[in-house]
Design a protein around this ligand. Sequence first.
Ligand code: HEM
Length: 267
Amino acid sequence: MMLTVNPFSILAQTVSPIYMQAFVVAMVLLIIIGTLLDIIHKKNVKYFFQNAKKAKLSATKTLSNGERLAVISKTIVSDIATTSELGAGKRRVAHLLGMYGTILFWLGSAIMIFCYSSTDAETPSLWPIIWHVGAIMTVVGGGWFWFFLRVDVYSEAQPWYRIIKADLFVLALVASSFTGLVWSYLQTLNLNDRWDDKVFLVLFIVSNLILFGGVYWSKFAHMFYKPGAALQKNLAEADGSRDNLPPEADAPKQFGLGISREKPKHY
Ligand code: HEM
């Protein structure tokens, strides 16, 4: 059964685990380099701290440590762990599937490659299951987002097959999970003298190189920026500085009849 087989330990029959481990380290380095270059190029972190400092001046109250802790906990549980920014509905469900799928897939990869990748390793079946389930969740969540929910298709009537630079992250992410799954499946068929599994191993490697090598150009780093921005927003709300924005109007919501005819989805 494919789900319980560690694909990296089969691979170890032909490729030494040290190469797999070096590949993982290289991917981590690519994430760090790509994110740092992005931060230097966009100056977003610099702006973020300037803005936070400026906003502090208009704070109407000093938060106690307890209050600060409450805001941090709420940010972790709501904004980060359940992507509350996306509201209720399929957009959030698709994101959660992709996000947790990816976390499981990467965790499973790291554990199997670093702890159980020698040919005689006995991998507890939990890890291959985590890896395969994570990959399936990523393909389902990412595919759902890309085919149906991304803004060009959902709101701007672009055909689903139009691909632009903004699709780099989601497509490379889905491709790496998908090719990983197919590679693992073909390997368990024991096609020793055939080439199918090797083709998918190459595609798996290439899609990972694109995913991690593309950090500078893709939306990859949002997984680091979004939590920081959410924390800042929640703290600014709690201390009354509100990022120097006016408070919500205390007035009845009168948007005319059109608002109930169609859900707002034209961004
Ligand atoms: C392993 C972590 C994560 C993964 C794999 C992931 C994956 C994705 C993907 C594939 C997209 C679609 C990108 C696009 O093409 O527009 C996306 C969008 C988004 N992500 Fe994440 N994400 C992660 C973490 C987070 C976190 C921690 C937050 C918030 C705190 C977040 C908030 C968002 C938001 C708001 C969008 C825009 C959604 C939309 O356009 O409907 N993500 N994420």
